[in-house]
Design a protein around this ligand. Structure first.
Ligand SMILES: [Zn+2]
Length: 250
């Protein structure tokens, strides 16, 4: 089996829809192919996300205007026939729908086009695939925090939120955007949250920025001279609760 065939089989493989022989072929290919493993992880995360009833996308305020401007102009006679309300000829509806979808997907694509967000997500995926999730496996913040001493030029804030359902399981060194960062690893049910911490570069305004791409949620915020990136395949609500806990410790 080559990568192309593996890509075709990956969704039915996740859904256990392949026959035994095909499933074994996929499994063997995945064992040796890092790229297809990464695809598998991101597709699994996407499946989880799509099964989440809370899944929703925020419609930007500008969307109705864009749809309106994509529609053909209404002729005075059409307006007249409907007693003043504009009428959209039936044959333009599919085009209008296509235009609206193009706008929506354009918006999503822009949201995901942030290179830094992509780097945060790939660091997260790498940490899950490789054997390098933890340099210091410990659920004790008083073990994890001093472990970074001498390894980084800063001392990251380390907190455990086991009581609130986010269990600290350790930390490691990582790189984001060419910078050394502290990565704290938390467990939420069966999922992993990576929290990347580095000194804030620009004392940005308060507030949380959120991104979603390939089934991963990413949140970014600044606090007390540090910037934080939380990334996970947990749903946006859970990740928001996690960020909220971290920020409240300020
Ligand atoms: Zn492959």
């Amino acid at each position: 089996m080559n990568c192309r065939e593996c890509h075709d089989f990956i969704d039915p493989y996740i859904d256990s829809e392949l026959d035994v022989a095909a499933a074994i072929l996929v499994k063997h290919h995945l064992r040796d192919c890092l790229q297809c493993q990464q695809l598998l992880e991101s597709r699994k995360a996407l499946h989880v996300l799509l099964n989440n009833p809370q899944l929703q996308f925020e419609v930007p305020d500008s969307l109705p205007r864009k749809i309106q401007s994509a529609l053909p102009a209404v002729t005075p006679s059409a307006r007249h026939r409907s007693g003043g309300r504009p009428v959209i000829p039936w044959f333009t509806v599919p085009f209008a729908l296509a235009a609206a979808l193009a706008v929506v997907f354009g918006v999503l694509d822009r949201a995901g086009g942030n290179a830094l967000v992509e780097e945060v997500i790939s660091s997260h995926v790498r940490s899950l695939l490789a054997t390098h999730l933890l340099d210091v496996p410990s659920t004790d913040q008083h073990t994890v925090k001093p472990w970074f001493n001498g390894k980084l030029k800063f001392s990251p804030p380390v907190q455990d939120f086991t009581a609130q359902g986010f269990r600290l399981i350790g930390g490691r060194l990582d790189y984001i955007n060419g910078r050394e960062v502290a990565a704290l690893v938390y467990q939420r049910n069966k999922h992993i949250i990576n929290l990347f911490i580095a000194p804030s570069e620009s004392g940005r305004a308060a507030g949380v920025q959120s991104f979603a791409k390939d089934g991963y949620n990413v949140l970014h915020w600044d606090r007390d001279g540090f910037e934080f990136w939380a990334v996970s395949e947990v749903n946006a609500g859970d990740l928001g609760a996690f960020a909220d806990l971290e920020m409240r410790q300020a």
